[in-house]
Design a binder for this molecule. Structure first.
Ligand code: NI
Length: 219
């Protein structure tokens, strides 16, 4: 049954209706911001592919530049396990937390297994993460950490191989130049001595949890 009386709101109802639209738009904006923030903290958004779902296709060839300016490829690490994290040196909290977790896990694991694992940071910020910048960062962080960067194309190819999502977050209009953030997925990948995918570790795991898993896998 149709109710024609309701289809045309009385003039007095129009202003609140417009107000409701503004509120709705604000809710959508805040929600989008919240989701973007969640994304950086490694909690997968709806529709994001979990590494477990694509484990067989994680990894592959990459060509990047290390912190000493040398060109390296995935093959440069054959015979070693790679503990790979994608991030950027200007990251205020998530990257340092994940990287510290990873190097702490290696400390807990100890030799000889830990000696077979190379912790690696692959930059998703080609613009600011030069090899020089990477060198400063990894040396301050942990002498074992290898810092890989490259051209935007080289980085995009590596990220694609590892199913890593990243994207520049536009800085506020009044922010200092070049102070942007890069949103990125925050998984750590363990790759075997033959380059094949073995495990992934979520951002929220503790050093103890990661060390326990490494102990299971690395011989
Ligand atoms: Ni980060």
């Amino acid at each position: 049954m149709t109710e024609p009386a309701r289809s045309v709101p009385p003039p007095t109802a129009r202003r609140p209706f417009r107000g409701a639209l503004v509120v709705l738009a604000l809710v959508v904006l805040v929600g989008a911001g919240f989701l973007a923030a969640r994304q950086h903290f490694g909690k997968p958004m709806a529709g994001r592919v979990e590494p477990a779902a694509v484990a067989g296709s994680i990894g592959g060839p990459f060509t990047l530049v290390d912190q000493d300016g040398r060109t390296v490829t995935d093959a440069s690490f054959r015979g070693k396990y790679m503990l790979i994290y994608f991030g950027f040196t200007y990251c205020p909290d998530v990257c340092p937390t994940s990287l510290a977790r990873n190097t702490d896990a290696l400390r807990l694991l100890g030799p000889p297994a830990a000696d077979r694992i190379v912790p690696i940071l692959i930059s998703v910020d080609a613009e600011r993460d030069t090899p020089e910048k990477m060198k400063q960062y990894v040396e301050a962080f942990d002498p074992r950490l290898v810092g890989l960067t490259g051209s935007a194309e080289q980085i995009a190819k590596a990220a694609e191989a590892y199913r890593v999502f990243y994207g520049k977050v536009p800085a506020a209009a009044d922010a200092p130049p070049n102070s942007y953030l890069v949103d990125h997925s925050a998984f750590t990948y363990l790759m075997g001595p033959d380059g094949s995918f073995l495990r992934f570790f979520r951002h929220g795991l503790t050093p103890e949890e990661v060390a326990a898993e490494l102990r299971d896998v690395v011989r």
